[in-house]
Design a protein around this ligand. Structure first.
Ligand code: OAD
Length: 235
């Protein structure tokens, strides 16, 4: 293997599967048996904020219990031992990368333990319940907190940084994502055009097949640590 200077690890729901969390498309487009249009659109939130808050408060309870698996932990090992800038761009709203000790994490779809005040933009960090009675700690307005989850139709988070990282990336690893939700699905193409080596870790080939130099099939909790061991040996 080469020596790399700017590594991106893009992760999706598949990296958390071995931590016991369901992936999206495995459950027929339903999020824990809820319809996407009822819990993940800004219209749904405007229509029925209590319902949407209840959904994410419940999801928090599930995600707070989950523990990182060997794939998350291998990323920490890589970051601690490989002499490169290593960034984790995740579509996951769980905090398993943080729990595993990963650094340089960009949650482009938001994160479950945050709410954003629609009045002033303040971010409230909590695993506790947030609802229409919650007061913003900054502007003190009540009832304007929204889960800091990127709903369909909203802009992704951290994209300025992500674009910069993609432009200088020389190794791009995609782990456990189906590659059907844009713009994340286009990151591999951008990285490849910029000269990066591209590897996909998944149970099966995805629709982004074409842009990967190599597909490593199997559960990420096994394949990613093995790949990272090889990378560390070669450094
Ligand atoms: P998906 O549910 O679409 O895809 C999960 C991928 O992980 C699939 O390709 C599986 O084959 C793969 N997979 C499952 N278990 C695996 C394992 N143990 N090891 C390796 N791969 C495994 O999830 P995402 O691609 O993350 O958006 O979905 C992208 C976005 O769609 C989500 O972030 C969410 C959803 O709408 C928002 O929340 C805005």
């Amino acid at each position: 293997m080469n020596s790399y200077k700017n590594i991106i690890i893009l992760t999706g729901a598949g990296i958390s599967a071995e931590s016991g969390l369901a992936t999206f498309r495995a459950s027929n487009g339903l999020w824990n048996n809820h319809k996407v249009e009822d819990v993940a659109t800004i219209e749904a939130f405007e229509r029925n904020p209590d319902y949407v808050h209840d959904f994410y408060n419940e999801l928090k309870l599930e995600l707070i219990k989950a523990q990182p698996n060997p794939a998350h932990l291998a990323i920490t090992k890589l970051q601690q031992n490989y002499p490169a800038k290593i960034s984790v761009i995740t579509q996951n709203v769980d905090t398993l990368h943080e729990k595993a000790g990963n650094q340089n994490i960009y949650h482009i779809h938001g994160q479950i333990n945050q709410s954003v005040c629609l009045n002033c933009g303040h971010i409230l960090e909590t695993f506790g319940d947030v609802d229409t009675q919650t007061q913003c700690h900054n502007c003190h307005v009540t009832g304007m907190m929204k889960p800091n989850i990127v709903f369909f139709g909203e802009n992704l988070l951290c994209m300025d940084t992500v674009e910069q990282l993609l432009s200088s990336c020389d190794l791009f690893l995609s782990v456990g994502t189906s590659g059907v939700v844009f713009p994340a699905a286009s990151f591999v193409q951008i990285a490849k055009y910029n000269g990066a080596k591209t590897f996909e870790f998944n149970l099966e080939p995805t629709s982004n097949n074409f842009y990967f130099d190599k597909h490593i099939m199997g559960p990420a909790g096994t394949t990613l640590p093995a790949f990272i061991e090889e990378l560390l040996k070669s450094s």
